[in-house]
Write a protein that binds this ligand. Structure first.
Ligand code: ADP
Length: 228
């Protein structure tokens, strides 16, 4: 029985690594796609430059579709813990979502705590969670809006909030948000929040949301802060 359990653990570790990697490959591709859309606008339609941009976007979409299929079979990895400054990770996120928010007419606001305790975390995994929450927020605002990313400390817990002025989430759907494959998007996998939830759980933290339909949504990431 013990050998069997070990075997199962090994299998799920490999599956988790694969899923984490596949999911992370999608993020740089989404960034590339955003910049290609901007680049395409620099050319007139009908020109070679425009046509090449369109072709590259199509190819990125094709690669994304393959990864999506693959992700349907898998899930995330054990965190590789280090001391992290979440503000540093958030700065990277701001850079990554800049092009997309520009295209979607989303204003980005930053509300950082004056000083934030460090956290023990896997920076790559946390970046994945933040990018996921920021991307979801932007997608929830097809007619533009504002995304505010705020940090604070409460009783030694570090809190990062992602607040959007988007479509919001109905109460019945709020309960299913973190379920695998729950999606309301045509191109969605419904795995982003499932993976994010597991990652934060793996950091002994909490991920939750509150929302007002038609008004907007806030996602809260809570992680235990390190004592100075
Ligand atoms: P996906 O983005 O592929 O659909 P997720 O697990 O990231 O998968 O999200 C699941 C669903 O949760 C989304 O399809 C959407 O309905 C809802 N959702 C997530 N974030 C937001 C948000 N900021 N505003 C409104 N709905 C959201």
């Amino acid at each position: 029985l013990e050998a069997e359990m070990l075997q199962m653990e090994k299998f799920s570790l490999v599956a988790e690594l694969a899923a984490g990697t596949a999911h992370e490959i999608r993020n740089p591709m989404t960034t590339m796609r955003g910049f290609l859309q901007i680049l395409a606008k620099e050319f007139k339609s009908g020109t070679k430059g425009y046509e090449y941009c369109e072709l590259m976007i199509e190819e990125i979409d094709r690669a994304n579709a393959i990864i999506k299929e693959f992700l349907l079979l898998t899930k995330p990895a054990a965190p590789n813990l280090r001391e992290c400054d979440l503000h540093v990770i958030l700065e990277e996120i701001f850079m990554l979502i800049e092009s997309k928010s520009l295209l979607e007419d989303v204003k980005l606001n930053k509300r950082y705590a004056k000083s934030l305790p460090l956290v023990e975390a896997d920076p790559a995994q946390i970046k994945q969670v933040f990018l996921n929450l920021a991307t979801n927020a932007i997608q929830a605002m097809p007619a533009g809006g504002e995304l505010t990313i705020a940090t604070s400390v409460s009783n030694g817990t570090v809190v990062v909030r992602f607040t959007d002025t988007g479509c919001g989430i109905e109460e019945a759907q709020l309960a299913r948000l973190f379920d695998p494959f729950f999606t309301t998007k045509e191109q969605g996998t419904g795995l982003g929040l499932t993976i994010s939830y597991r990652i934060i759980e793996g950091h002994r933290g909490r991920l939750h949301a509150d929302s007002t339909p038609g008004k907007g949504t806030t996602f809260y990431v809570e992680l235990p802060g390190l004592k100075k």
